[in-house]
Design a protein around this ligand. Structure first.
Ligand code: ASP
Ligand code: MG
Length: 409
């Protein structure tokens, strides 16, 4: 059988009839080149946002099952239109909902995980010479309830299909032409990366750049190369794939690959907490129960058997987090519970960083030179993050981009 290529078109790439026709041209060109093509589409433009608004105009608390039923229609529209556009230019094409395509998920409405895929329906259509267009972002449970995979989930549909169909690659067409060393809106000389590893991409994704994180995890696990490129065409995109050869890994060794940032970070500090076992558990357990996701956590050692415990949350979650923390703060005997809602964070990311001494020192001195005070620091093996004042975020990103010479090839 011919090699399978999966092409995913994001919302802006199928935003109107003209764009759908243009995407169909690209699909047809790939098909005419001899590949078996599976297309995954997102809903047109901001259709998903419109559907959510519609639901909220009917009820303040839409039922999760019914909301998924509603949201899944966005992708059905673009999916059917894409099949029509392809037929119009003489291609054999068939559209399929997630359920029809055999995408099975758990029952976690609104954030379902794909737990199985029966490739038979898609395979049959491909074998019959058709282009198969699959509605992204959706699946079906054992009980035949329609589910959605969480915002941006079409990326994950595409990679799951590419993995199961043993596709050559998964091409993701979007409104940007790849992954950059930093947000070009903040850093004018940010450079497009020809290639980036999955782990690095995951760190970048969770700090701003846009791919559904599950899609990258899946690509890493199943070794699916993802090419992110502009649907407008012309320029080469970024290949998201782990290095497989010595030469490939040399290319990115010992290097910071990108700078990312986030605004809207808030910090809560419990001051002078008695330093004894169980305190952290007493604080973070109820936060988890209240569904507040905690990011950076720092605990300071202290001499007097007292300690300060600080952690960050998204600013949007601050109120809920404070409610919980104030309640437990008394029970653990903290002297004070204070918060700051005007923070942001900047991170440097690079898989080669762990073997390169001096990276952290360079980061901190670059921030110091730019007059940026560091409020908190956290690290992972391939990332160093500094929490800073929100108004300093842009200056910090630019300083780091320059210090690590990311504009140079
Ligand atoms: N249409 C969905 C969303 O807007 C899924 C996607 O675009 O991937 O989140
Ligand atoms: Mg998307």
């Amino acid at each position: 059988m011919a090699a399978v290529v999966v092409q995913k078109y994001g919302g802006t790439s199928v935003g109107d009839a003209e764009k759908i026709r243009r995407a169909a041209e690209r699909v047809a060109t790939t098909r005419r080149g001899g590949a078996a093509v599976v297309v995954v589409v997102s809903a047109m433009g901001d259709a998903t946002d419109r559907l959510i608004e519609l639901a909220e105009s009917v009820t303040a608390a839409p039922d999760p099952r019914e909301l998924d039923m509603l949201l899944s229609t966005g992708e059905l529209v673009s999916c059917a239109l894409m099949a029509m556009a392809l037929r119009d230019i003489g291609e054999e094409a068939v559209s399929m909902s997630g359920a029809q395509a055999g995408i099975r998920t758990d029952a976690a409405h609104g954030r379902a995980s794909i737990i199985g895929f029966d490739p038979a329906p898609v395979r049959r259509a491909l074998d019959a010479g058709r282009i198969v267009i699959v509605a992204g972002f959706q699946g079906v449970t054992e009980d035949s309830d329609v589910t959605t995979l969480g915002r941006g989930g079409s990326d994950t549909t595409a990679v799951a299909l590419a993995a199961a169909l043993e596709a050559e690659r998964c091409e993701v067409y979007t409104d940007v032409d790849g992954i950059y060393t930093a947000d070009p809106r903040v850093v004018p000389d940010a450079r497009k990366l020809a290639r980036i590893g999955c782990e690095e991409m995951l760190e970048l994704a969770s700090y701003g750049a846009k791919m559904h994180p599950r899609s990258i995890e899946l690509a890493a696990w199943r070794n699916v190369p993802i090419l992110v490129a502009s649907s407008a065409g012309g320029v080469p995109g970024t290949l998201i794939h782990d290095a497989e050869t010595e030469a490939e890994s040399m290319e990115v060794a010992n290097k910071v690959r990108g700078v990312t940032y986030e605004r809207g970070v808030a910090r809560i500090t419990l001051r002078a907490v008695p330093d004894r076992p169980g305190v952290a558990a007493a604080v973070f357990q109820p936060l988890a129960e209240a569904n507040v996701s905690v990011d950076t956590i720092v605990q300071n050692a202290s001499g007097e058997r007292l300690t300060d415990l600080s952690f960050t949350v998204a600013r949007a979650d601050l109120r809920a987090a404070l409610e919980v923390t104030r309640r437990v703060s008394e029970s653990v005997g903290a002297q004070q519970c204070v918060s700051n809602d005007g923070l942001g964070q900047v991170s440097i990311v690079g898989a080669g960083m762990q073997n390169a001494p001096g990276v952290a020192a360079l980061m901190f001195s670059a921030l110091a030179d730019a007059g940026v005070n560091i409020e908190m620091i956290t690290t992972s093996q391939i990332r160093i993050t500094c929490i800073v004042d929100e108004p300093k975020v842009d200056a910090a990103v630019r300083a780091l981009h320059a210090a690590f010479e990311l504009a140079d090839d």
